[in-house]
Design a protein. Sequence first.
Length: 363
Amino acid sequence: MFGMNELPLLQRGKSRSINWENRTGEKGKGGMASSELGPSRKGSPCIPKIRAGETVTLAEIDGMGIIQHIWMTVTDKTSDRNRYILRDLVLRMYWDGEESPSVESPLGDFFCCGFGVSYHVNSMPVTVNPTRGFNCFFPMPFYKKARITIENQCDEDVNAFFYQVDYCLTELMPDMGYFHALWRRQRITEKGQDYVILDNVRGRGRYVGTYMALTTLERYWYGEGEVKFYLNGDREYPTICGTGTEDYFGGAWSFATKDSGRTVENTYCTPFMGYPYYSHHDTFIHNDYHNDDQMPQRSFYRWHIMDPILFDEEIKVTIQQIGVCYGGLFERQDDVATVAYWYQSEPHVAFGKLMERKERWPR
């Protein structure tokens, strides 16, 4: 892993950057567009409009290199009728000319912001800063070509999409894995059946992170479910099994403290694990006919950067939905959405069909 000690190293490579003004990242071609202030004065800072149903190529890079940083920002609503734009926009990435994407996720969830809302995330590979400043620092190597697209599945146009892709054209070692990320959701989990975060992965690689957007549908404590990693032929039992949901995300004892006799869950962000978001109020819209109550929403992330999960043949990742109350443990049914992040050799098994737009919307 690159650290501070490597900063003085004089590496060989060509630093480049792509945005709407310099769409090819060409040397000496940045900031050329004109505005009312004149040439090279913020002439074309964003995609003016992504039309309903349109897919736009954000970056297409030829050659060998590595994407080092991605920044994006966009509105979270186009109207009161369409206020889940961060779930309507779909981010995809393709490596070395493949037809099936290696990354497919609603935009917000990829950056650890589920439910169509944004909030502060302060971690090592993903940061979200005010206001909706989405940043990703996962290194993304490619040997021949890289392509990043955004699809607007909303039925209204989305205006003013800002982005920047920072990368380096350089020689790579011959055995580097390709970056992958996949979003999934089960609107109501099955009682006694573990939710599948990731499966159908073949080849050699390393699992590097989990994001989870949990909407609890039952009362009482929700977090006794264990995260399991089935590796290289595991079937009935996994090689790695944790001790509970809050344990996996780096917390303990239900994240709880006491405040005036009430139990309060504490949110937090750290470099490798966090619980950045909790809400049981609808912050999007005021309506004269109902209050702002909603089912409790919680977001969690866990990065396996210091402790990657290695696999040589295959991997499957699951989480149980188990709660506890005065009567003891019980099987739960909740609404779970996740993004799995991993590196692997190509080719990869093609992903299944992405859930339809309105089915992705939060409750």
